[in-house]
Design a protein around this ligand. Structure first.
Ligand code: ADP
Length: 255
């Protein structure tokens, strides 16, 4: 009986090991696939502006822009596309730096309420231009918390600028901070919202909504970077969204 028992145990652990190996092989294949997909996305996103830059500069060199007005137009196209490439490369650089296990945050204790107030103030210009009706709800007292100011500012700014960029003029929105088993920062809007499909992958690199693709401004890395920053702080980011109803992001930072 003992021998049988031992045999079953050995068989079980053997099966377990085989399963683990298969899983890690599958994980490796998945990681390899997503790396390939990412390289293809990067190449595509860089290729598009480069093609325009090459085309317009060739036209300028060959004297195809005859009057001053068309020359200015071509040069401004080249300028816009170069800005887009710079933004893409900056985001990529930041994203891959954060993926590196060596990457360390520069956390310092500071008043997170005052910090959020400053982040909102820095983004207030575009919020006003878009006539967003922003409801701000912050605690009166200070809350000292240890966080990386530069990185958390980047994460919050990405979410706030998205709120402004993707919603129509006059959308209602709110930003609040509460102390509830740690710190919770909520940024929400009653704007266009997202489809179920988009919601499922929106924190992945290079994922952009249909209408966002048409505007050609972003890189699809904003939310991936925001998520990474929150996770590096030991926190989590949640999204509740429904098409036509709006989007609510919650950032949970641990105690
Ligand atoms: P990007 O802004 O460069 O496209 P992000 O990762 O920041 O990349 O956002 C991914 C996509 O999520 C956007 O393309 C947009 O479709 C959608 N999105 C983000 N925030 C909002 C929002 N507040 N309301 C509606 N859609 C949003």
């Amino acid at each position: 009986f003992d021998a049988h028992y031992e045999f079953t145990e050995i068989k079980d652990s053997f099966n377990y090991m085989a399963e683990r190996l298969q899983t890690s092989e599958r994980e490796r294949e998945e990681a390899e696939k997503s790396k390939k997909r990412m390289i293809m996305d990067i190449s595509h996103d860089l290729k598009t502006p480069i093609t325009s830059i090459t085309g317009y500069s060739k036209a300028l060199c060959e004297g195809m822009a005859l009057d001053e007005e068309s020359r200015k137009k071509y040069l401004s196209y080249i300028y816009d596309k170069s800005i887009r490439m710079t933004r893409l490369i900056d985001d990529l650089f930041r994203f891959s730096k954060m993926e590196d296990s060596e990457f360390k945050l520069n956390k310092q204790p500071s008043d997170i309420v005052e910090f959020l107030r400053e982040v909102i103030a820095l983004n207030y210009g575009e919020i006003e231009v878009k006539e967003i009706e922003l409801d701000i709800n912050l605690p009166q007292e200070e809350i000292i918390y240890s966080f990386d100011k530069v990185e958390l500012d980047r994460a919050l700014t990405n979410i706030i600028t998205n709120m402004v960029k993707y919603n129509p003029k006059g959308t209602e929105a709110f930003i609040e901070l509460v102390e509830e088993e740690g710190i919770k920062i909520r940024i929400g809007d009653k704007g266009v919202g997202m489809s179920k499909d988009l919601k499922a992958t929106v924190f992945d690199a290079f994922v952009r909504g249909e209408s966002a693709r048409k505007t050609d401004g972003g890189t699809g890395l904003g939310l991936a970077i925001a998520k990474k920053i929150v996770e590096l702080h030991g926190g989590k980011i949640h999204l509740e969204t429904e098409e036509g109803k709006g989007s609510n992001f919650t950032i949970e930072l641990p105690i």
